[in-house]
Ligand binder design. Sequence first.
Ligand code: BJW
Ligand code: ZN
Length: 250
Amino acid sequence: MNELKNMFVEKLKTANKLLVFTGAGISAESGIATFRGEGGIWEKFKAEELANFNAFMSNPDLVWEWYQYRRKIINEAKPNKGHYAIAEMELYFESVKVSTQNVDNMHKRAGSKNVYELHGNIERNYCLKCRTFYNSADFNFEYNKAPKCKCGGLIRPDVVWFGETLPMEEFALSEKAASNSDIVFVVGTSAVVYPAAQIPISGKSSGAYVVEINIEETALTRFADYSIFGKSGEILPEICKLSKELKNIC
Ligand code: BJW
Ligand code: ZN
């Protein structure tokens, strides 16, 4: 165990480029529920019922209400120590990129500069018919009625549902960052949803050292070079502090 820790410290000391790949668990300590597992939002709602296009077309108001409910929680939430630690790491490394499956904006709000949003952003919406974009903050959308565009088309959240393709550029840049990184941190994700879960694996195949931070074992654990079990809001600030010491930045 100590050998693994020593190896991690050595890797951190010499690393220049980092990719931090995140999932819902990093925002759990901000009070935003995860998708799966205990306390997950999908204990109450089935994923298939809500996060896919057919569900939206057959019951747009129900799916819309689910997003409005989550938007309210996200808007009232604040980034936590884990998000801030990632943003601070930019001071200690040549490059720190964040590839997130989350739609909650927390990394940008914490100050991270290079954020790739793989599954969209809950603040944005667009019209299915004419593709006009609508930011939730600029419109007083109803809570439980899916809104219509001025052209008459239905407005949907700009997020990636099951069966839909990920934004090509964000995915390609994440894959590139994974392959170019010295360390890929994988934080708070069950790593079961593809193709996003492919990103740390691509990093590993290109020689990156993969460090997982999670409260429990995941589908990624067997690929990780080093797993740290604990809350990301506690572990990431420790790694950030250690990085500062190792890089001799006072
Ligand atoms: C902590 C913590 C703390 C808690 N500290 N840790 C069969 C096999 C393989 C693939 C497929 C298959 N059948 C279908 C597919 C494809 C499908 C897929 O992967 N399905 C699997 C579930 C089986 N993928 C897709 O459909 C994707 N598109 C695609 O493949 O396109 C190609 C294609 C096109 C057309 C036809 C066919 C193929 C799209 C996937 C989109 C996922 N969208 C969602 C919703 C986004 C919008 C929204 O937010 O509403 O994205 S689903 C949901 O899961 C969300 C998340 O980003 C994503 C991942 O979840 P995440 O982040 O890992 O969260 P959790 O809850 O799972 O885990 C939380 C973790 O945190 C846990 O490990 C905890 O322990 C930990 N934790 N507290 C640290 N304090
Ligand atoms: Zn329209």
